[in-house]
Unconditional design. Structure first.
Length: 219
C-alpha cells in the first residue's frame, strides 16, 4: 500500500507550441477544405477552427473576417495558379506557324488547368452566385485578366477593325464555354456518350472555330 502511495503519476508531456507559420498553414488548409465542401455560406469559422485544431480567436487574429479568410484560402491561390498558367503558356497564336494546332494545345492545357483546380473554381462560382460580397474583386484575378487581355489583343490584331464580335467579349465567351464544359462535365456528357479525348477535342474545336469567326468571314 505504501509503495502504491509512493508512486507518482508521470506528468503529461507538454504539447509543443506551434509556430505562427504552422498555425496559419493549418487554418488555410482547413478553410480551403471547408469552403470547397460547403461553399462560402455553408462553411463556418467554428468548423474551420475545429478542423484546424485552433480557436476562432486565433483565426480572427490573422484574418479579420470570413471574407478575408476566403480570399486567402481560395481567391489568392486561384489568382496565383492563373498567373503561373499564363507564364507557362505565353504563346502568340496570331504568329504561330500552325495556329490551329497551337490553339488546340493551349485550350487543352486550359481544360487540364480547370480540371486540376475545379474545386477551387466551383467554390468561387458558388460564392459569387450566393454571396457576391464575398467575392468582390474577382476581376482582380491578375492571371485571368492577363488571359483575357492577351486573347483579346490577339483576336483584335488578326481581325483588325472589321471584327464581327468585340474581341473582349469573344475571349470571355470562349473561356466561359471551356469553363462550363469542364465544371459541368458529368451533367453535360453522360457516360458512354463519347470518350474523354473526343469530348476534349470537340470542346477545343468549338472554341477555336468561335475564335476564328472573323477568319471564316474573310474566306
Amino acid at each position: 500500500m505504501a509503495k502504491q502511495q509512493q508512486k507518482k503519476t508521470a506528468p503529461a508531456p507538454k504539447r509543443r507550441r506551434r509556430s505562427t507559420e504552422e498555425v496559419i498553414d493549418r487554418i488555410i488548409e482547413a478553410a480551403e477544405t471547408e469552403f470547397e465542401k460547403f461553399g462560402y455560406d455553408g462553411a463556418t469559422t467554428a468548423a474551420i477552427a475545429r478542423r484546424a485544431e485552433v480557436t476562432e480567436a486565433q483565426i480572427f487574429r490573422y484574418y479579420g473576417s470570413k471574407q478575408e479568410l476566403f480570399r486567402a484560402a481560395i481567391f489568392n491561390p486561384l489568382n496565383r495558379h492563373f498567373s503561373e498558367f499564363m507564364a507557362r503558356n505565353i504563346v502568340d497564336l496570331g504568329e504561330a506557324s500552325s495556329r490551329r494546332e497551337m490553339a488546340r494545345r493551349y485550350i487543352g492545357e486550359l481544360q487540364d488547368f480547370m480540371e486540376q483546380h475545379s474545386r477551387m473554381l466551383m467554390s468561387l462560382i458558388v460564392a459569387s452566385a450566393y454571396s457576391p460580397d464575398s467575392t468582390d474583386g474577382v476581376s482582380d484575378i491578375e492571371g485571368l485578366r492577363a488571359y483575357f487581355d492577351r486573347g483579346a489583343a490577339t483576336s483584335r490584331r488578326r481581325a483588325g477593325k472589321d471584327a464581327r464580335m468585340d474581341p473582349k467579349l469573344l475571349v470571355r465567351v470562349s473561356f466561359a464555354a471551356v469553363l462550363a464544359s469542364v465544371m459541368f462535365k458529368d451533367w453535360l456528357f453522360p457516360r458512354g456518350l463519347a470518350s474523354a479525348k473526343a469530348i476534349k477535342d470537340a470542346i477545343a474545336d468549338f472554341v477555336i472555330d468561335g475564335i476564328n469567326v472573323d477568319d471564316d468571314a474573310d474566306d
